[in-house]
Design a protein around this ligand. Structure first.
Ligand SMILES: [Fe+2]
Length: 609
């Protein structure tokens, strides 16, 4: 729905329509609209549903659930996402319900005698009734992260819903803090609504006395919902380790308050948190108790659910890591794919939805004091909003593809770690080779070389891992580059299921594998270790192949939000890295730890150790 279209029709009439939980337009991405009286004809359809006009006002048309269900056959069941039996663990913190969950999609529940499970997806277990129509099995375990069901965070969640709807979702000027070229710098990016010089000033004093100011630049971006946005980029320099700083942003010509505290960490003992696909908004269309299972979640409700869960993943993982230095996010920050940008009606609505998802991604306060390095996911690649929000360091600005550059290949150093982040929506091996060569040339004296990109070239998810583009284009090119350039670790996402590889090397124009084991220290392993991280909000959780793939060491689908920790230490001339992944809610270990050690190289001499 376009606001200006709606505006043409707005009259002063107040419509009374009985509020029911299946009135999805009450919580539309375009605003709050009443639902239409029964029998109102469809005037317009978009991703959220069908719209009608009643007394010169837009209204949402409620699906006639009974009719839909009766018309349903095996062939038009909603999108199927997972065909496997699950190893999901029933969560003690979940609210229990006896409601018929499948009614959210217009499907009745199976009779108690009908226990033959024909299919299983994220929403529950499915059977067929005696006429061959789909029915939902009551009391199925839901396999996605519906915050509404969590008892422990109930009060926090109720307060968040109000704040999200009234305030949070509308702020598209949130600050992104990215790593700078090295640990002495930070790169800031944000949208503004005015053409004013962007600046960041920082000080070691809380009252901002003796602050040092860094000015950046802005460029005109795009107009959305009648507001012109500008993309702002600023870099600050000369940050020292183990130091507390305070900083402010100059937004639309005014210094923001309060000032933000930022602490740099110990060069010999620091941690990165890593996550796969936050996929904020991915839970739209899920069957949820939010609406008593009378309809699926709207786009806004999906964004809101995942925004809360993302904040939860950040706060829980940062608490566990005890103040990490950096967050690595392996792509698909936002779920909205913006498939209809050419469509004058749907295009603006999709962009609005995507911006709400970016707003959610940047919402956690903790991300103002810990930089995030993000990769471009396939869901982030249909426009350049990623590049306009985020200020990537050492960006490779001249890739072979030029028509649309969603975001760049880039790299940075953090003390003794080189991180190369690739944009793998375009598989130009020459670009990847150039970026890696530049990165190694600029930062040769590091102990650890890590790559991150979205597409999992050694994952085993059923959704993507066997796609020809991944297997035949990305895998051979990147395996060789990482092996020959001695990369220790690669972090991917994309498949929404956790996989850890064996050590992967490259011989005779093909990959080869060497064994790996948890809880064992590796000093000179042959090859690179690949981790495919699961969806870090739990909005979309998929299955993995049960067959043995020669490169897979571990896989896991807990159907819960997860995160990983890279723990770097230098002790007695030995530089150490341990890697493990955890459940957000329970801190239960999902995989690892894997241990790696090397003799510390010359970077540590340069730092005087
Ligand atoms: Fe994804």
């Amino acid at each position: 729905m376009k606001k200006y279209t709606i505006a043409l029709l707005l009259l002063t009439t107040t419509i009374y329509v009985k509020a029911t939980s299946n009135c999805w337009s009450n919580n539309s991405i375009s605003g709050n609209y009443p639902c239409c009286p029964e029998g109102t004809p469809i005037q317009y359809s978009d991703d959220e549903g069908d719209w009608g006009v009643y007394m010169d006002n837009w209204c949402g048309i409620v699906k006639n659930i009974k009719t839909t269900a009766l018309e349903t056959t095996k062939t038009n069941k909603p999108a199927q996402t997972s065909s496997a039996s699950s190893n999901a663990v029933s969560n003690k913190n979940e609210l229990e319900t006896d409601l018929c969950w499948s009614m959210a999609g217009g499907f009745p529940c199976c009779s108690p005698e009908n226990t033959n499970v024909v299919y299983r997806d994220q929403d529950g277990k499915w059977g067929l009734d005696e006429d061959g129509n789909w029915c939902g099995m009551k009391n199925s375990v839901q396999l996605w992260n519906d915050r509404e069901k969590n008892k422990e965070t109930k009060n926090e969640w109720e307060a968040f819903k109000v704040k999200w709807d009234k305030e949070f979702k509308k702020d598209f000027e949130r600050l992104s803090v990215f790593p700078g070229e090295d640990e002495t710098k930070l790169n800031f990016g944000w949208y503004s609504t005015t053409k004013t010089l962007p600046s960041i000033r920082y000080s070691v004093n809380k009252d901002m006395s003796d602050a040092v100011q860094y000015d950046g630049y802005f460029e005109q971006h795009y107009k959305l919902n009648g507001t012109q946005y500008y993309s702002n980029k600023v870099t600050i320099e000369d940050l020292k380790p183990n130091t507390v700083y305070y900083y402010q942003r100059l937004l639309n010509g005014e210094w923001e308050k309060p000032v933000i505290k930022l602490k740099t960490r110990d060069p010999y003992n620091f941690k990165f948190v890593f996550v796969g696909d936050p996929q904020i908004g991915g839970s739209h269309d899920r069957f949820s108790i939010t609406n008593n299972y009378e309809r699926v979640l709207t786009l806004n409700e999906g964004n809101r659910n995942d925004a809360f869960n993302w904040n939860r993943t950040i706060s829980r993982s940062f608490e566990f890591a005890n103040k990490p230095s950096l967050l690595l996010s392996a792509g698909d920050q936002a779920d909205e794919e913006c498939k209809h940008l050419e469509d004058n009606e749907k295009g603006p609505m999709e962009l609005l939805n995507e911006e709400m998802q970016y707003s959610a991604f940047l919402l956690p306060d903790l991300l103002k004091s810990v930089p995030v390095a993000a990769a471009v996911g396939n869901h982030d690649a249909s426009n350049n909003n990623f590049r306009k929000h985020f200020n990537s360091p050492n960006s490779y600005t001249d890739p072979k593809y030029q028509d649309l550059i969603p975001g760049y290949n880039y790299f940075f150093r953090h003390h003794n770690v080189l991180v190369v982040v690739l944009e793998t929506n375009y598989g130009y091996c020459e670009d990847f080779s150039n970026v890696i060569e530049k990165a190694i040339k600029k930062y040769p004296d590091v102990d650890w070389r890590i790559a991150m990109f979205h597409h999992d070239i050694y994952g085993n998810g059923v959704t993507h891992s066997k796609e020809p583009y991944i297997v035949n284009e990305l895998r051979p090119c990147l395996t060789q580059l990482f092996y020959e350039n001695k990369f220790d670790l690669v972090i991917n996402g994309h498949d929404h299921v956790y996989t850890a590889s064996k050590f992967i090397s490259y011989d005779n124009n093909n990959y080869s594998v060497s064994d790996i084991k948890k809880n064992k220290v590796y000093k000179q392993p042959k090859g690179t270790f690949y981790i495919t991280a699961n969806c870090s909000t739990g909005s979309k959780l998929y299955d993995y192949y049960k067959e043995d793939l020669d490169y897979v060491y571990q896989n896991s689908q807990t159907f819960s939000a997860t995160f990983g920790i890279l723990d770097f230490k230098v002790e007695d001339g030995i530089t150490k890295l341990s890697i493990a992944s955890y459940d957000v809610e329970t801190y239960e270990i999902i995989d690892g730890p894997y241990y790696f050690e090397k003799t510390a190289q010359c970077w540590s001499k340069r730092l005087g150790k």
